[in-house]
Design a protein. Structure first.
Length: 92
């Protein structure tokens, strides 16, 4: 699926939203991925655990469930980061 629709390096211009041209400090142009493919793969793996639930949903329920799960997951990640930052701050 990812190779077909989200090729991380299509240099033929077929997906300008996936690859962008950047310039280094010397002004030389080079291609760079426009998004984090590793994070996308981790997200897809995480969502795979909900596959049986998601398959049976209507489009609207699917969108709502996915939005809610991503919101909850984001809140949990941010709380873990805050706790880690507070723990590191208290050790100084």
């Amino acid at each position: 699926l990812c190779r077909k629709w989200c090729n991380p390096a299509p240099l033929n211009g077929s997906a300008p939203n996936l690859v962008v041209v950047e310039h280094d400090v010397n002004g030389n142009a080079h291609y760079k991925r426009a998004f984090n493919t590793q994070a996308c793969e981790q997200l897809n793996a995480w969502l795979g655990g909900f596959e049986t639930i998601l398959k049976r949903m209507t489009v609207y329920n699917f969108k709502w469930f996915l939005h809610a799960m991503l919101y909850i997951h984001t809140q949990q990640v941010m709380n873990k980061q805050r706790l880690r930052d507070n723990k590191e701050g208290n050790q100084d």
